[in-house]
Write a protein that binds this ligand. Structure first.
Ligand SMILES: Cc1cc2nc3c(=O)[nH]c(=O)nc-3n(C[C@H](O)[C@H](O)[C@H](O)COP(=O)(O)OP(=O)(O)OC[C@H]3O[C@@H](n4cnc5c(N)ncnc54)[C@H](O)[C@@H]3O)c2cc1C
Length: 475
């Protein structure tokens, strides 16, 4: 194949003119009534709000309640040549929902129906605004659960669009493993289904996985078929302290390499343990720690916990402190899910500069250790937690946004981390996605030919560059 360098995605310059916005908004008001708003506060809340990245609000927000609403909005955006940015709950961390070229934020939170639960097939079909907690609440009496649990109560549409994962991914997989098929509205307003509810298929190109992780740049997901799992008969969770982060990582590597079917394996560094203690009223030893969980029968979880305890002890860790009562377990995992907020107590007034990286499991200890050295050299306050069973970890420098030198230092640190992970055969983002901020590492990670192909895919799915322009690629 002839290699063409960076085929054109249609470029957009600046934002829509005020005349264009007025014409667009008149049509939106006529079609959507009070489900359309141009309120400044609501527009700002639909741009990126969570980290140090600049808020770039859309010109309007539309709250969709049905697939027809989405189809009509896509057609109106095409008519007015206005960008359309799908919006789940806005918990993405890399500027994904910003609207640098203006246009419409499509808020999908009201499309939150669980359409069907097929308990016999262990699957369900939902609308994209269903959140992970809402789904598990719905499933509670069925004996089934959906395991992917990002720290935020994200929408399943947003989670599919970012290829999200969470603490259970080491055992149950990420969104790439648990989405069976998607219903998508594409750029000409057509609706398509990317697959069936069959557990596997060899029928043609895998469009499901093309849309998973596409960050709203290829179409709007309006329906999702998901795999579910049976609630395990027995669960054992607990904490295990280690003399160093390296020792905790080495215990993780051995646990995974030995084939122990651990369900959750989270690294919490000493700084983050301090934050947990303060924010979640715990009294954990302020040392690097693994927070782990085992699923199975009573006998198998006891065996797994015992084997894990042996591995931890061989690295100087332990003892394994088991949280046997469900409320103790819930408290520990709630503390883990509240990490983003608790870490802010480490430097009051500072903002988190969240970044994530993922490496093959054998390189985990090296990558985390080099990163710790880098943090020490750069003088940043930068706690580390991670889904280390997957080789994935998060570093969150806490930054004084009034101090440009600090922002630059954190930016340079995040770049070094991305380069380090890629050089070790890993990725610049294990789960948060590319958004605006990680576009700069895409070519290094994938190479120019793969990027050219991706850009051609984008251009052929979305020739006008309506869907979430300025994300994933510089375009
Ligand atoms: C405290 C905290 C902890 C977090 N922990 C994790 C974690 O453990 N694991 C993890 O993976 N992430 C984590 N995240 C990041 C975030 O929760 C995930 O990226 C999540 O998947 C985003 O879902 P959302 O509903 O907020 O999507 P949004 O932020 O609203 O959107 C994210 C992207 O998806 C697109 N999108 C949204 N809905 C649709 C749709 N229906 N169709 C097409 N495109 C769509 C948007 O355009 C955007 O590009 C965390 C975030 C926070 C704040």
């Amino acid at each position: 194949m002839k290699h063409v360098t960076h085929p054109a995605i249609r470029q957009r310059q600046g934002r829509l003119s005020s005349e264009a916005v007025a014409a667009l908004n008149a049509d939106l008001a006529a079609r959507f009534g009070n489900r359309f708003t141009a309120s400044e506060a609501i527009r700002a809340a639909h741009g990126h709000t969570l980290t140090w990245l600049k808020n770039e609000p859309p010109d309007a927000v539309v709250f969709a309640e049905s697939r027809d609403d989405v189809v009509d909005l896509v057609k109106l955006c095409a008519k007015h040549d206005a960008p359309l940015v799908p919006f789940g709950v806005g918990s993405s961390l890399e500027g994904h929902v910003n609207a640098p070229h203006g246009g419409v934020s499509l808020d999908l939170t009201r499309m939150n129906a669980v359409l069907a639960v097929h308990a016999d097939d262990l699957d369900c079909v939902i609308e994209p605004g269903v959140t992970r907690k809402q789904l598990n609440e719905h499933l509670r009496d069925s004996g089934l659960f959906f395991p992917i649990d990002p720290g935020a109560d994200a929408s399943l549409g947003g989670m599919a669009a970012t290829r999200a994962s969470g603490t259970n991914a080491v055992r149950y997989g990420t969104m790439k493993d648990l989405v069976l098929s998607l219903g998508v509205v594409v750029a000409d307003g057509s609706f398509l289904r990317t697959g069936t509810r069959a557990k596997k298929s060899s029928a043609g190109y895998d469009l499901t996985h093309l849309f998973i992780g596409s960050e709203g740049t290829l179409g709007v997901i309006v329906e999702i078929a998901l795999r579910l799992s049976g609630i395990p008969e027995a669960i054992a969770a607990g904490t295990c302290s280690f003399p160093s982060v390296r020792a905790a990582c080495e215990a993780t590597i051995e646990t995974i390499q030995s084939g122990l079917p651990i369900a959750r394996c989270e690294l919490v560094d000493a700084l983050s343990v301090r934050a947990f203690n303060t924010y979640s009223h715990l009294s954990l030893p302020e040392q690097p720690m693994l927070l782990v969980e085992f699923h199975g029968t009573e006998q198998s979880v006891a065996e797994q916990a015992s084997r894990f305890g042996e591995i931890a002890a061989s690295r100087g860790g332990g003892p394994f402190a088991s949280a046997t009562r469900p409320e103790e377990r819930t408290k520990l995992w709630q503390a883990r899910h509240d990490t983003y907020w608790s870490q802010m107590t480490l430097r009051p007034g500072a903002r988190p500069f969240a970044t994530d990286a993922c490496v093959p499991i054998s390189r985990l200890a090296d990558c985390v250790e080099e990163t710790l050295d880098d943090i020490a050299r750069s003088g940043l306050v930068a706690p580390i937690v991670g889904h280390v069973g997957d080789g994935n970890f998060h570093v969150t420098p806490l930054i004084d946004l009034a101090n440009k030198a600090e922002i630059d230092a954190a930016d340079a640190f995040a770049a070094r981390l991305a380069h380090r992970a890629i050089a070790m055969g890993g990725t610049c983002t294990g789960e948060h996605g590319v958004g605006q901020k990680k576009r700069e590492y895409m070519e290094e990670e994938h190479g120019p030919i793969a990027i050219d192909l991706m850009r051609r895919v984008k251009a052929s799915f979305d020739p006008m560059n309506l869907f979430n322009p300025g994300k994933v690629f510089f375009a």
